[in-house]
Ligand binder design. Structure first.
Ligand code: NAD
Length: 539
C-alpha cells in the first residue's frame, strides 16, 4: 500500500459524516500509506442502529452457522496472509516475523479455536436445584448474546487485540463495532472487507475509525465494552461505562518481570529474556521489562544479556530476516522510552547496550540493556513499552518475589529456577494473572487458558470459557411441573404452626445435627416437607 495515491477510504458499512480523516504513515520509513475517513458522532449512532438491527438474525443463525462463516474467514486469512502481513507492517513498522507469527498467527489460531470451542462453552445447562424447597423443578441456564458489543483496541498488535477480541464476541451472537487505534486502522478495515467477502452479514461487524473521542462515544452506545489499552484510558472507559452501568472487560498495561535464580539454565533464560523484551519493539503488554537476578548468578547472566542485546539488528524492515527489532509505532512512546532510560542512568544504573533514538528516517530506539537498577527508577515501576530491559540484583528468592509483587501492575511474570518444581513453587507466590516457568509470555497462545491482569492491569479475562461467556448474559429458566400443589407451605397465609414446622425442617437440613447434605436430605426432613405440602394444599 506504500506509495499509494492519497485518497480517503470510507469506513466500511458506515458513513463518514464528519469530514475528519486519519493519515497513516509507515513509522519505519515515514512514507505515506493511506488516508482513512473518520466516523463522527452521528455516523457512529448510525452504525449502532444498523448493528442492533442486524443482530437478531445473526444470533438466530446459531453458533454452528456462525462457525461456518468465521471458518470461511479463517481460510481467507490463510489465503491472503501476505496481504495481511503487509498491511500490519505498513502501519506499525514492525518486522515481518513479528507480524507473521503474532498478528497473522494469532488471528488464524483464534478463528480456529473459537469456531471449534464456542459451541461447547456456550452450551446451555440443565440441572436440578440442590435445595429440597425446589424439589421437582427443572432448571436451565443459557447464554444470551449481549446485543451490540464495542471493541476498542490499541496500536501494538492491530490484528490480535482489536479484531482478535471481535471473534469470540461475534461467535457469541453479537453484532460488533470495532474502534481501532487511530494509529493503525488499516488492518481492522481489511478484516471488515474480508468479513463481508466471507459472508458476515451487513452491519454485523463494522469498523469505526476515529480517535479517543470516538472510543468514548462508542461506550455510550453499546451493551458491552471490550477495551484493550493503557491504564489511564481504561479508567476513563470504566468511569464512562458506569454512567449507563454497561459491563466492561479491561485488558490494560503491564510491567512483566522475570526472576532468575541460582541453578537456572542461564543461556535459555538470557535468550528468553532478550526475545520477550525486544519482540515487537518491546510494545507488547506482556513484554518482559524488568529482571530480578540472584546475586550469585548476576554477573554471568548480565554478561550473556549484554552480548545478545548488542547483537540485535534494528531498523526499517525490508522483508523476512532483514531486522530483529523494528520501529516505534507511536511517536509519543519514544519520549517515554527516552525518559525512562535517562532517569535510570541519572539514578546510577549502568548501560550495557543501546541507549538512544535511532538516527534514521523512521522512528527507532536502539535495543537497550540497563543493569544495577532499583525501585526508585521509572524503568522498574512504570510501563516503558519499548525495546529496553532493566536488571536488578537481588539477594535471594524472597527479595525477588517481594520486589516483583511491589507493583500496581499484575499482568504476567516469568521464573527461571533450578527445576520445574522450584519454578512452580515460586510462580504460586506471584500476584499476577499468568506466570511462565522457564519461559515467558507464550501463554498468550494457550487460548484454552484465561489471560488477564490483576491489580491495575485489568478487569476480566480473554480466552478460556470466560473469554467468550463474558460476551453473553446468563439467563436462568426454572420450570415447575403442572402437578405441583396449588398452594405451597411457604405461601400465604402465614401460620404459627407452619412457621414452626419450617423452622424444624431447616434445622434438620442445615443444623448441627444434620447428618446429610442438603442435596440428599435425610428421610425425616423429606417426611416433614411432604407433611407441610399436604397441609398447605389442603389435601
Ligand atoms: P491507549 O489507552 O492510548 O488507547 C487505546 C484505545 O483507546 C485507542 O483506540 C484510543 O483511540 C482509545 N481511546 C483513547 N481515549 C479514549 C476514551 N476516553 N474512551 C474510549 N477510548 C479511548 O493505548 P495505546 O497506546 O493504543 O496502547 C498501548 C497500551 O495498551 C499499553 O499500555 C499496553 O500495555 C496496553 N495493551 C494491553 C494489552 C492486554 O492484553 N492487557 C494488550 C495490548 C496492549
Amino acid at each position: 500500500m506504500e506509495g499509494a495515491e492519497k485518497q480517503a477510504l470510507i469506513a466500511p458499512n458506515g458513513k463518514a459524516v464528519g469530514g475528519s480523516s486519519i493519515e497513516v504513515r509507515n513509522p519505519a520509513t515515514g512514507a505515506y500509506v493511506a488516508s482513512v475517513a473518520c466516523v463522527d458522532d452521528a455516523g457512529l449512532e448510525l452504525l449502532a442502529q444498523r448493528g442492533r438491527a442486524a443482530q437478531p438474525a445473526w444470533s438466530e443463525l446459531g453458533v454452528g452457522g456462525r462457525a461456518v462463516i468465521l471458518g470461511a474467514l479463517r481460510r481467507w486469512l490463510s489465503e491472503n496472509s501476505e496481504r495481511v502481513i503487509e498491511t500490519v507492517i505498513s502501519e506499525t513498522g514492525k518486522p515481518y516475523e513479528d507480524a507473521q507469527l503474532y498478528d497473522l498467527g494469532y488471528g488464524l489460531a483464534a478463528l480456529s479455536f473459537w469456531t471449534r470451542n464456542a459451541p461447547r462453552y456456550l452450551q446451555e445447562q440443565r440441572f436440578f436445584a440442590h435445595t429440597p424447597l425446589l424439589a421437582g423443578r427443572r432448571l436451565v441456564t443459557r447464554y444470551v448474546p449481549r446485543g451490540l458489543v464495542g471493541v476498542i483496541g490499541p496500536w501494538n498488535y492491530p490484528l490480535v487485540n482489536s479484531f482478535g477480541d471481535c471473534i469470540p464476541a461475534l461467535m457469541a451472537g453479537n453484532s460488533v463495532i470495532l474502534k481501532p487505534s487511530e494509529l493503525t486502522p488499516l488492518t481492522s478495515l481489511l478484516m471488515a472487507e474480508a468479513g463481508a467477502e466471507c459472508g458476515i452479514p451487513d452491519a454485523v461487524f463494522q469498523v469505526a475509525p476515529g480517535g479517543g473521542e470516538t472510543g468514548a462515544a462508542l461506550v455510550d452506545l453499546v451493551d458491552f465494552v471490550m477495551f484493550t489499552g493503557s491504564i489511564a484510558t481504561g479508567r476513563a472507559v470504566a468511569l464512562r461505562a458506569a454512567q449507563t452501568l454497561t459491563p466492561v472487560s479491561l485488558e490494560l498495561g503491564g510491567k512483566d518481570a522475570l526472576i532468575v535464580l541460582d541453578g537456572a539454565d542461564l543461556e535459555r533464560a538470557a535468550n528468553v529474556a532478550v526475545f520477550y523484551a525486544m519482540m515487537n519493539s518491546g510494545a507488547a503488554c506482556v513484554s518482559l521489562e524488568r529482571v530480578y537476578a540472584e546475586s550469585t548468578i548476576y554477573s554471568e547472566f548480565t554478561a550473556k544479556l549484554a552480548e545478545k542485546v548488542a547483537a540485535l539488528r534494528y531498523g526499517a524492515p525490508h522483508g523476512p530476516g532483514s531486522v530483529d527489532v523494528g520501529a516505534i509505532t507511536d511517536e509519543r512512546q519514544l519520549d517515554t522510552i527516552e525518559a525512562h532510560v535517562a532517569d535510570a542512568l541519572a539514578k546510577g544504573a549502568r548501560l550495557l547496550a543501546g541507549d538512544r533514538r535511532g538516527e534514521r528516517s523512521g522512528r527507532f530506539f536502539e535495543p537497550t540493556l540497563l543493569v544495577d537498577t532499583d525501585h526508585t527508577m521509572a524503568c522498574m515501576n512504570e510501563e516503558t513499552f519499548g525495546p529496553t530491559l532493566a536488571v536488578m540484583r537481588v539477594a535471594d528468592e524472597d527479595a525477588a518475589v517481594a520486589l516483583l509483587n511491589d507493583s500496581r501492575y499484575g499482568l504476567g511474570a516469568a521464573v527461571f529456577a533450578r527445576d520445574a518444581a522450584e519454578g512452580e513453587r515460586v510462580a504460586r507466590r506471584l500476584a499476577v494473572g499468568a506466570v511462565c516457568v522457564n519461559d515467558a509470555a507464550i501463554n498468550y497462545f494457550a487460548l484454552e487458558a484465561p489471560m488477564g491482569g490483576v491489580k491495575q492491569s485489568g478487569l476480566g479475562v480473554r480466552h478460556g470459557p470466560d473469554g467468550i461467556r463474558k460476551f453473553a448474559s446468563q439467563q436462568t429458566i426454572l420450570i415447575t411441573p403442572r402437578w405441583m400443589p396449588r398452594r405451597e407451605p411457604q405461601m400465604y397465609a402465614y401460620s404459627a404452626w407452619m412457621t414452626k414446622l419450617i423452622g424444624r425442617w431447616l434445622k434438620l437440613l442445615y443444623g448441627r445435627r444434620a447428618s446429610t447434605t442438603p442435596e440428599h436430605p435425610e428421610p425425616a426432613a423429606k417426611r416433614l416437607l411432604r407433611a407441610a405440602r399436604r397441609r398447605a394444599s389442603g389435601d
